[in-house]
Every structure is written in C-alpha cells, then in structure tokens.
Write a protein that binds this ligand. Structure first.
Ligand SMILES: Cc1cc2nc3c(=O)[nH]c(=O)nc-3n(C[C@H](O)[C@H](O)[C@H](O)COP(=O)(O)OP(=O)(O)OC[C@H]3O[C@@H](n4cnc5c(N)ncnc54)[C@H](O)[C@@H]3O)c2cc1C
Length: 332
C-alpha cells in the first residue's frame, strides 16, 4: 500500500489521531481541536446521535438536527473519511492506504455499523425507513434490547393503529438494566398493544411472503420487519495488530485507570470499545475528556499524562458540567 507523506509536525504541537467519529471520538475531537493537531478518522462524513435514530425512523425530519457533518464542528482539525485497519507504534493505517503518524492515539471505534457515507444518503435512508413503517399495517421487530424497545415505542406512539410484534430471545426486555425497569418497559409496550414474545427468536432468512416462524413454533404475519439485535464491537480490525493482546474475551480493549491501553504510553481508548462496565464506561469517557481539556495543555509538552482518577468529588463535579455542556453543544 502507498504511504502518503504528511507535513512534519511543529515541534511544540502534538498530533492526536482519533479513531472513530461516534459520541466519544467526535466530542473529544471537538474539545481538543484548538489544543492539538487533530486527525479524526471515521468511515462516514457525519456524526450522529445514536439515541435519536429511532425517532428519526418515524419522523425523518428529526434527523436533520441529529445527523451532523463532522465538518460543522471540526473546524480546526482534519477529517479522514476512511476506516482504520492497522496500527504501528507511532502510526495508523487507513483502508485508503494512508499511514497517519501520531503522538497520541485515541481509539474510539465503539461499534461498527453499515451506514451510508454521506449525510444526504443517511437522511434519505431515514426517509425510506419512515415510508416503510408508514405503509405497513403490521411490523415485526426482532430484538428486545434498547433499540428494539425504543423502536417499538416510537412506532406505537405515532401509529397506534399498527400491529407491532416484538420478539426477544431473552427472558426479559432490556436485560442490561434491572428487572423492575424491564417490567416497566414490558407493561408500557403491552398497554400500547404491542405483542411481546419472550424466550423466542426468529430466523429472518426463512421468512416468506410476510410469514415468520419463531423458535417457539409461533407464526407471525407482518408486512415488514426490523432487526434490532445489536451491532458488533468495532474491534475486529485490531485482532491482527500490536494491540491484539489487549483485547478481552468480548473484543474490548483493556485500559488502565488513565484509559491508556495497557503497556502503551501514548495509546488511549474511550467509549464503548473499552472493557469498562457500561455505567463506569461513560463516566470514564467524560473523565478522559476532562483530562484532555484540563491536563493535556500541560502534559502534551511533557510527553506523558498524569493519573487523574484520584479526586473523586472534583471529578464528579466536572463530570456533571462537561456532560451537560458536551452533549448539548453537539446538537446544532
Ligand atoms: C438506540 C440507542 C439508545 C441509546 N441510548 C442511550 C442513552 O440514553 N444514554 C446513553 O448514555 N447511551 C445510550 N446509548 C449508548 C450510546 O449510544 C453509546 O454508549 C455510545 O454511542 C458509544 O459511543 P462510542 O463513540 O464509544 O461508539 P459509537 O457510537 O459506536 O461510535 C463508534 C464510531 O467509530 C466508527 N468506527 C468503527 N470502526 C472504525 C474503524 N476501524 N476506523 C474508524 N472508525 C471506526 C464508527 O463508524 C462510529 O462512528 C444508546 C445506544 C443506542 C443504539
């Protein structure tokens, strides 16, 4: 593959290459762009608020506000529309064959998803999904995690007359949260006449003419279906790299208290790609953000970062502050 020469770095400015333009990577790039030489690598030209996507499927105009070109907020950094495929000690290879040198690398490749490259294509996709929902009398949703439950909720709120069936393999909805919350979600959906089938699965490939068979022997008739069974962790590309031994059994990156990938001085990971429990993961991401905002100006010049997980109370105050301002400021 060709190696593209990039301009040499000014000696006093550090290059931070951020892989992944989801919530974690985009927010970090936006926050750091006037303090470092930022490269954001993402396969799409836009950032998207994930938890707005289900509303956008029933109300496509909503996506006008929640799908945001990276160029709208990244005014002082470079966007590389490509996928990271390999890593060396001081550079990253993209699928377009470009090696990008870094002083600091931040891996924020959360989950991988097959979505269109441009914002316009993404908005058109929402339009098409909305048409599909509107024209159907009956809809099958496969998967009772947050995506399936939220999609069912959005559909019945806007289209209470449609017959919605939700099939979930597990014994309760939203298994990652408490049983009480699961039951609340189930009761709410049932009250809106959603038929919820638990402990069953559906093989979409064997469906024909709108007839679906569940593993429990039930037959579902539906005009269309949506598969909401979760996206794979965005780490398969790391399995043949120098970071392969840093992946845990779930394909997540093991990081230390500074969100630094174990054993590597200048490689960090944030967001869903990290092997940190979900609740702590988000807190850790915001703490990382605090670290880069408050500590990087000092530490970038010293070629190291300082631990920042020591003062819990102060961090929590910052956490609340940054969380409030960070998310809101990304919605334009
Ligand atoms: C329906 C739904 C509702 C949710 N609701 C909430 C909520 O209410 N509250 C909450 O806190 N969380 C919620 N979440 C979870 C939240 O969205 C995730 O925790 C968050 O998106 C994780 O951000 P991330 O940047 O780590 O990963 P992601 O958002 O998955 O972003 C990863 C990015 O990396 C890119 N990428 C992948 N592989 C590569 C590669 N090799 N090279 C370059 N780029 C790559 C992807 O294209 C993507 O842009 C919800 C999620 C969903 C789907």
């Amino acid at each position: 593959m060709a190696t593209e020469e990039l301009p040499p770095l000014a000696s006093d400015i550090k290059r931070v290459v951020i892989l992944g333009g989801g919530i974690a990577g985009s927010l970090l790039a936006k926050s750091l762009q006037f303090r470092a030489d930022i490269f954001l690598v993402d396969p799409k030209e836009y950032f998207e608020i994930p938890w707005a996507s289900l509303r956008a499927m029933v109300e496509p105009s909503f996506a006008e506000r929640t799908v945001i070109n990276h160029s709208d907020y990244l005014t002082n950094g470079l966007l590389v529309v490509s996928t990271a495929v390999n890593i060396r000690d001081n550079e990253v290879l993209t699928s377009s064959g470009r090696w990008i040198a870094y002083d600091y690398l931040v891996i924020a490749t959360g989950h991988s998803d097959h979505v269109p490259k441009t914002r316009t294509e993404r908005l058109n996709q929402y339009q098409a999904e909305s048409e599909k929902i509107k024209s159907a009398n009956s809809i099958l949703i496969v998967g009772g995690g947050p995506t399936g439950v939220e999609l069912a909720g959005e559909i019945v709120v806007d289209f209470p007359e449609k017959k919605v069936t939700l099939v979930h393999r597990g014994s309760r909805l939203l298994e990652f949260i408490g049983a009480k919350a699961s039951k609340k979600a189930l009761d709410w959906l049932t009250s809106k006449k959603v038929e919820v089938l638990l402990n069953q699965s559906v093989d979409i490939n064997t469906a024909s003419d709108g007839t679906y068979q569940t593993s429990g022997g039930e037959t579902i008739i539906a005009d269309c279906h949506f598969v909401c069974t979760g996206k794979p962790i965005g780490s398969s590309w790391l399995k043949d790299t120098i970071l392969k031994d840093n992946l845990n059994g779930h394909g997540k990156l093991v990081v230390d208290d500074n969100l630094r990938v174990r054993g590597l001085k200048n490689v960090f990971a944030i967001g869903d790609i990290t092997a940190i429990p979900v609740s702590l993961c988000r807190l850790s991401f915001f703490l990382f953000l605090i670290a880069v905002i408050y500590l990087f100006p000092i530490t970038l010049s010293q070629n190291e970062t300082k631990p920042f997980l020591g003062n819990g109370y102060g961090q929590l105050l910052y956490f609340a502050h940054v969380k409030q301002r960070g998310y809101k400021s990304l919605i334009v």
